[in-house]
Design a protein around this ligand. Structure first.
Ligand code: SF4
Length: 435
């Protein structure tokens, strides 16, 4: 079988983030935000992990795989063309599917969380994989049979059974985690999938339950990545990396024992970190951690099933990371239903106090398939799915107009980065990087 993997991507897009629905960076209403958008879009460049897994599975069973980005390829001679469909490039992706269908060269299939929760959007494609794609891909690769219609695919319970992702389909040298970690090439690794926590707006809940890989298997993959692809850094794409302290300690100790000398980052919760654990993780190469602070209004967060950490603990962890040389990226959400101008201003003020290496201020966006989306459906006015990118207002807010939310987001971002204290933080991080 000959398979084409097709992807539409703009600078700044990350298809693996936001539960696989994709994220981008779309602010740019003032000159300050335009500068920040330019920097962001031109530094970070991420490969899409799901394509690397799919390629590895097809190749394991002797099939040929090619990857195409941002083009309408000639699919003559291919048996199947697959796309990871997202929210952020929905219009371009469906247009491309239609164009490919016109050519009638091979079967066109889609997968991803959006295809899973709204398969009807992809009526033009020949097949839609519902669920995490690997089980369906394994069946296809083993049998050589490409079914039509909706194909149910169950989550793989034993993630260690999957082959290591095949990164040879990409031009790896371009991939970078900068400005978080400058060593490149950089790629993504999954040490676990899913998340057991109950935040009801979370897109990571759409695909399957929480599953973890064994530390030995993860380290085996890291060694393979270093030997075969000469990677210098990587990022654990787990929604909540540090679940199970013993397992994480074991993983860090194995990385140290193998002398991998790789820099890495992860995303997790403050309440799953301690100073001794961070110290150990730093020794194994941890240089960046992303943490969800979301809002200073904890009552508001509780009403969305989010259990925020204690403020004191949060501040201690951020302080410890700064002291140790681990960059912190804090996530904040603007325009949660019931947010007020005052609650958002309080969150912005708090972000200045935390003064982390980077801060992400996204607009509250209901993601299809989540409890939050179903609950707020009646208030959603936006029909253009590309706008569900965390940078556009898509539902009628109880207390704030669309313009007010945009203006508060812009204020949050520009007031954060154009501060003397932030510039000091940035320079300190740069100095720490050189050590
Ligand atoms: S802790 Fe993070 S990944 Fe887990 S459910 Fe909450 S938002 Fe999602």
């Amino acid at each position: 079988m000959k398979v084409a993997l097709l992807e539409i991507k703009n600078p700044g897009d990350s298809k693996d983030f936001n539960g696989g629905f994709g994220t981008t960076f779309e602010i740019g209403r003032s000159y300050k935000s335009k500068i920040l958008a330019f920097v962001r879009r031109n530094l970070e460049k991420n490969p899409t992990l799901s394509y690397a897994y799919i390629s590895a599975i097809f190749k394991k069973y002797g099939h040929k795989v090619d990857y195409y980005e941002n083009k309408l390829p000639n699919l003559k001679g291919y048996d199947l063309c697959l796309m990871h469909v997202s929210l952020i490039r929905h219009n371009e992706e469906t247009k491309l599917i239609s164009a490919l269908k016109e050519k009638k060269q091979c079967r066109i299939g889609v997968y991803g969380p959006l295809a899973t929760v709204q398969p009807e959007l992809f009526y033009r494609s020949d097949l839609v994989i519902i669920g995490e794609p690997e089980e369906a891909i394994i069946n296809m690769a083993k049998s050589g049979i490409i079914k039509r219609g909706r194909i149910n695919s169950q989550p793989i319970n034993d993630l260690d059974q999957l082959p290591f992702p095949d990164w040879s389909i990409f031009l790896l040298k371009d991939f970078s985690l900068s400005p978080l970690i400058s060593a490149k090439p950089a790629i993504f690794v999954h040490a676990s999938r899913g998340c057991p926590y109950g935040c009801n707006y979370c897109p990571y809940k759409v695909f399957g339950t929480y599953r973890q890989r064994k530390p030995e298997n993860v380290v085996k993959e890291l060694k393979h990545l270093k030997e075969k692809y000469h990677i210098k850094s990587f990022y654990f794409r787990d929604p909540t990396f540090s679940i199970g302290e013993k397992r994480i300690e074991e993983l860090a100790n194995l990385i140290i024992k193998e002398k991998l000398n790789l820099k890495w980052g992860c995303e997790t919760r403050v309440d799953l970190l301690t100073a001794p654990l961070l110290k150990l993780l730093y020794s194994s190469g941890l240089r960046c951690v992303k943490l969800g602070v979301e809002s200073t209004d904890h009552q508001l967060l509780n009403s969305y099933g989010r259990k925020p950490p204690q403020i004191k603990k949060q501040e201690e962890i951020v302080k410890f990371c700064k002291k140790t040389g681990i960059k912190v990226v804090a996530f904040y959400i603007i325009g949660i239903p019931n947010d007020t101008r005052e609650s958002i201003l309080s969150t912005i003020k708090y972000s200045h106090k935390l003064n982390t290496s980077f801060a992400n201020f996204t607009i509250c966006t209901p993601i299809p398939g989540t409890y939050f989306y179903n609950n707020i459906k009646g208030k959603i006015f936006e029909k253009n799915l590309n706008k569900f990118d965390n940078f556009h207002v898509v539902f009628n807010h109880k207390h704030l107009s669309k313009e007010e939310i945009y203006s508060l987001q812009e204020k949050a971002i520009t007031s954060y980065y154009f501060r003397v204290r932030y510039i000091g933080r940035y320079l300190l991080d740069k100095l720490a990087e050189r050590e």
